[in-house]
Design a protein around this ligand. Sequence first.
Ligand SMILES: Cc1ncc(COP(=O)(O)O)c(C=O)c1O
Length: 405
Amino acid sequence: MKLFQKQSNKFLEKSKKIIPGGIFGHYKYAVREEGPKFFSKAKDAYFWDVDGNKYIDLICGWGPMILGYNNTVIDKAARDQYDSGNTVSVASPVMLDLAETLVSTIDIADWALFGKNGADGTQLAVMLSREETNKSKILKINNGYHGSNGWMQNKNNPGITDSDTDDVISIAWNNLDEFDQAISDHAHEIACFISSPYDHPTSKDNSLPDIGYWQHIQKKCNEHNIVLIVDDVRTGFRINLNGSHKAFNFSPDLVCLGKAMANGYPISALVGKNSLKEAAKKVYFSGTQFFNAAPMAAANATIKELIKIDAIKIMNSNGERLRKDLISIAKDYGFKMNVTGVPSMPYFRIESTDPKIHTNWVDACLSKGIYLTSYHNHFLSTVHGEEEINVFTNKAKEAFEEISS
Ligand SMILES: Cc1ncc(COP(=O)(O)O)c(C=O)c1O
C-alpha cells in the first residue's frame, strides 16, 4: 500500500517552477515516487512528511544527525550561543574551545580550521598539499566522493572543463598495484593522496581496507613527499572518536571532518599535523559564514556528548544487531541480503541478477514508514535503539513478504 503523498507532490510541482530541478544536488537522487519529498518536523530517529506520515529515518539527514533530530543538549548549546551572537564582525572564543576539543580528540590534530561544508575542507586539504609539496596532482580512488569541487567531478559533467580534472589521477580501491604504479609514474607530480578511510561508493557494496593497505600507503606517501589526506567527512565520529584512521591503525597528515560533527548545525573542519601548519597559515581560505559561533558551540557540545555517552559502542552494538537480523529475515524469504560497511553506516543490497528486486524492497519499506535509499549507505544515530530496530525489522519482513508475492 502506498502512503499518501499529495502535499509532497504538490510542493514538488511548485518547487520545479522556481527551483531548477525542484530538488537539487544529491537530495534529488533519493526522490522516489512512493516516498516523501518534504518534511514537516523531525525528532530523534523520526521525521514526518508534509502529508503527516511518520518515518524511522535510516538516512539521518545524510549523516549529520548522529545524536538524533532536535537533541536537547546540542540545541541548547547552539541556542545559548545564538542568544549571545552568531555572525559577528570578530571571532568568538567558542572557536578556540572547538579547536581545543578537536586537537584533544582527533589524535593527529595539532591545529584546526573551520568551514561550512565537507567540500570546503577537502578543497583546503588539496590546496595545503600543493603549497607544501610544490606539486599539483591529486591521487584519489575511482568514484571516491569528496564534495562538488571541480576536481572531483567527471570530465564530461555539465559545467566542467578539462582543466578542472587534468590534475586528477584515479585508481581502484584496495589495489596496491595500481597505487604503486601511479607512484612510480607520477610521484614527482603528486601532491596528495585523498581517500575515505574505507570505500563507500554509491550503488556498490562498501569495502573495508585490506590488512596492510593503509600502512603501505602511509609509508609510500612519506617516502615520496605526498600528503596523506583522510576524508572523514562521512565516516567521522562514526567509527572511532579519535578519527576513523585510528580504527585502521595509520596516521594521516590531514583529516577532513563535517557531517556528524555538529549534529546538523552547518560546520566542517580540517585538522592537521604541525608539519602542515605553515602551509595552512599561507593558503587563502575564507567564507563570510565560516565564523558563525552557534554551529561551533553545537560542534563542541556534540563531540563532548559523543564521548560522554560512548556513542561508538551504542551505534556498533545496534548496527550489528540490525545487520544480523536483516540478513536472517531476508534468508527466511529466500533472499541473500548483503550488509556492508561499518555498523553505523550500513549499505544494503539484495543479491540478485535483477536489481529491481532491491529497489522494490526499498519502495516497500518506504511505504511502511522506513526511510531508506536503494543506492547509498545508510546512517544510524545513537537514538536508533532497540525499539527502532524492532520496528524496522518487522516492516522489513512485511516488505520481503510483499516482494515475494
Ligand atoms: C566522504 C565525503 N566527503 C566530502 C563530502 C562533501 O561534503 P559536503 O556535501 O558537506 O560538501 C561528502 C558528502 O557527502 C562525503 O560523503
